[in-house]
Design a protein around this ligand. Structure first.
Ligand SMILES: N[C@@H](CCC(=O)N[C@@H](CS)C(=O)NCC(=O)O)C(=O)O
Length: 219
C-alpha cells in the first residue's frame, strides 16, 4: 500500500498510525506541497492528503474513509473493540472536527515556517487566506496563547483519562488514540513548546503510543 501524505498533516498521521497499529505493510509518499501532479493523476483531481492506494490499486481519499476501510479488515476489531465502536468513532470524529478546528489555527504559523521554498510558504498562506480571510495566519500567531489555552481546556478531560490509564479506552491503543495522535504530532511539528505546556501526560502518552506503533510496524 502507499499513503500519500504531507509530513505535518494530522489526518495523514492518524491514518499512518492506524496502519502501524494494524501491522500493515505500506510506504509513505511525501507529496511536494507545490506539485501534486502524481496525486491529481491518481485520484482524478483530488489534491488533499491523505490518500491511500492499496496493493490492488484501489484509491481511497479522506482519512475517515481510509480508517474505515482499514478497520473493516481482519484486525480492525483490535483498534475498535466491541462494544466501544460508538464512543471510539465519536471521539475520533471530535478530534477531526472541533478539536482540529482549534489545533490547526494554533499550528499553522509554525508549520508555515517549515516550508523551505518561499513559493510553498506563499501558496500555503494563500490557501488559508482564501478560506479564512486576509491576514488570518498572522492573527492566529497573535492569538497563540488564547488558542493554546482553548486546546488545554478541550483536552482537560482527556488528560484526566490518560493520567489513570495508558490509552484512551484502556490498556491498548484504539482508533481514538490514533486520531488524537495526529493532532498532537501536528502541534509538536509546529512548536515543541505546545505539548509541554499542555501536560507532561500528553507527551508520555505519545511516547508510549509511538513505542507500540514501532513494535507492531511491519518491516
Ligand atoms: N477531511 C479530510 C481533510 C484532509 C485535509 O484537510 N488535508 C489537508 C492537510 S492536513 C490538505 O491536504 N490540505 C490541502 C492544502 O493545504 O492545500 C481528511 O480527513 O482526510
Amino acid at each position: 500500500m502507499k499513503l500519500y501524505s504531507f509530513p505535518y498533516s494530522c489526518y495523514a498521521r492518524k491514518a499512518q498510525m492506524v496502519l502501524d497499529l494494524l501491522g500493515a505493510r505500506y510506504e509513505v509518499v511525501d507529496v511536494p506541497y507545490g506539485d501534486r501532479t502524481e496525486l491529481a493523476l491518481l485520484t482524478g483531481g483530488y489534491i488533499q492528503v491523505p490518500v491511500l492506494v492499496d496493493d490492488a490499486g484501489e484509491v481511497t481519499a479522506d482519512s475517515r474513509s481510509i480508517c474505515k476501510r482499514l478497520l473493516d479488515g481482519p484486525r480492525g476489531a483490535e483498534l475498535v473493540p466491541p462494544p466501544w465502536q460508538g464512543p471510539i468513532w465519536a471521539y475520533s470524529d471530535w478530534c477531526d472536527g472541533p478539536l482540529e478546528d482549534v489545533c490547526f489555527r494554533l499550528a499553522t504559523p509554525g508549520l508555515r515556517e517549515l516550508f523551505e521554498r518561499p513559493a510553498d510558504r506563499a501558496l500555503y498562506t494563500f490557501i488559508k487566506e482564501r478560506k479564512f480571510g486576509r491576514g488570518c495566519v498572522e492573527e492566529w500567531k497573535r492569538s497563540e496563547e488564547a488558542l493554546l489555552a482553548r486546546t488545554g481546556e478541550m483536552l482537560a478531560p482527556t488528560i484526566e483519562t490518560l493520567r489513570r490509564q495508558s490509552f484512551l479506552f484502556g490498556a491498548s491503543p484504539t482508533l481514538a488514540d490514533a486520531s488524537l495522535y495526529g493532532l498532537c504530532f501536528m502541534l509538536r511539528a509546529a512548536s515543541p513548546r505546545f505539548l509541554g505546556s499542555l501536560a507532561e501526560t500528553v507527551k508520555s502518552w505519545m511516547e508510549k503510543l509511538e513505542k507500540v506503533a514501532h513494535r507492531r510496524r511491519a518491516v
